[in-house]
Design a protein around this ligand. Structure first.
Ligand SMILES: [Zn+2]
Length: 389
């Protein structure tokens, strides 16, 4: 991935195996549909996803590192070879793609590389005058009218700065607007002097160090998400509980409401924990059902009417006043889900006492996963919770 652009078919095959790992377990040929869209899974945990790497997007920053080496003229044989073979006499990489298939693939990423970089001009030989961000913005953007008169749109900053007569670079006569833009541009360049050093390329995050992880993050979308998504991954619950709750917040957990929306035919879509004939939606099953309300009362919580996910998480956080609020929420919901499944699949009548017992069993198991620095406060919280029953 650091050297070659992975073919789409290869990425598709790798993703197929990764999706199987996530949703099908050991059964490679199972026909269970994925519980969540792949794009959702590949979003970072801060952006409400599972943080699974998007291979296609990860491939690009790794390849961009070659352009970093190229423009900073790293002391590597291939860098010298490419400069010497294709870009002698002041020529620069541009839209004309020359070279091996490998270099042509790398050049496809040139616009993206330029989006992330700024040039500190030294000798001006690696920096295109018109299209790179060196002044500090590209003159093609700052002076578009003047740019439209340019004879050679791929000259380097070096070529432009050593010129004696700027008018040689343009188709004359210039329009009045272009003339004004040229005077502004020349005025801005008056203080500039070329040196013997190589140009230095820095990145939009203010460093000259290349960071593929930083570019990967920049390439991904960053939707505004509820804070609950960030809290999930910081709590010490088991991963299966965390993924269960993540799916639940995404409204992808297999309640009867979801099964109906997936066109699955069931005898009834009503909640099995109460006899109210209400459809088993996420909010009903885990928040508003009588059974769920009794379970929440174990923690001293009264669920406000019309509460929904994920907003209810913040409400319960305020009510519990404990840094372990997420453990309590996830395990209480897990216990309600278990009571519901025990009734459907094992015909065990749901009882709040059983749900409570199950909740405390799971809670005590978290003792083995809490960070040593938090162990004492977790034990105290657990002790107080048990004592209040
Ligand atoms: Zn119900």
């Amino acid at each position: 991935m650091c050297s070659l652009e992975l073919p789409k078919s290869v990425i598709k095959q790798i993703d197929k195996f990764r999706k199987n790992c996530l949703w099908q377990g050991a059964e490679i040929n199972a026909r269970k549909p994925p519980k969540a869209a792949w794009k959702m899974v590949c979003a970072s945990k801060e952006d409400g996803g599972l943080g699974v790497i998007n291979i296609r997007k990860q491939n690009e920053p790794l390849l961009l590192k070659n352009l970093h080496k190229f423009f900073n003229r790293m002391d590597t044989p291939w860098v010298s070879l490419v400069w010497e073979k294709h870009y002698r006499n002041g020529r620069l990489p541009n839209h004309i793609k020359k070279g091996s298939f490998w270099w042509r693939d790398i050049l496809k990423l040139l616009p993206k590389f330029k989006n992330f970089t700024r040039v500190n001009v030294e000798d001006g030989q690696s920096c295109p005058f018109w299209t790179d961000n060196w002044a500090p913005n590209a003159p093609a953007d700052a002076a578009p009218e003047l740019y439209s008169f340019a004879k050679n749109k791929s000259i380097s900053v070096h070529t432009a700065l050593i010129a004696e007569n700027y008018s040689d670079f343009f188709h004359l006569p210039l329009s009045q607007e272009a003339l004004t833009q040229m005077q502004d541009l020349v005025h801005g360049m008056e203080h500039m002097t070329l040196t013997e050093d190589r140009d230095k390329w820095s990145y939009i995050w203010g460093s000259t160090s290349f960071s593929s992880s930083r570019i990967y993050r920049e390439l991904m979308d960053h939707p505004v998400v509820n804070q609950a998504y960030k809290w999930i991954w910081k709590c010490p619950c088991q991963p299966k509980h965390k993924v269960f709750f993540w799916l639940l917040l995404k409204d992808r957990w297999s309640t009867r409401n979801i099964l109906r929306r997936r066109n699955m035919t069931l005898e009834s879509y009503s909640c099995v924990l109460c006899n109210t004939n209400v459809e088993e939606t996420l909010e009903h099953l885990f928040l508003h059902c009588d059974f769920a309300r009794q379970c929440w009362s174990i923690l001293g919580i009264v669920i406000p009417p019309n509460s929904n996910f994920p907003n209810i998480v913040s409400t319960i956080k305020v009510r519990l006043q404990s840094e372990f609020f997420m453990v309590a929420i996830i395990l209480m919901i897990w216990s309600v889900w278990k009571a519901r499944n025990d009734l459907i699949f094992k015909n065990i009548r749901p009882q709040v006492q059983n749900c409570k017992a199950n909740f405390f069993i799971e809670l005590k198991l978290v003792l083995f996963r809490v960070k040593p620095s938090l162990l004492t406060s977790f034990e105290l919280w657990l002790h107080n919770l048990t004592a209040s029953q």
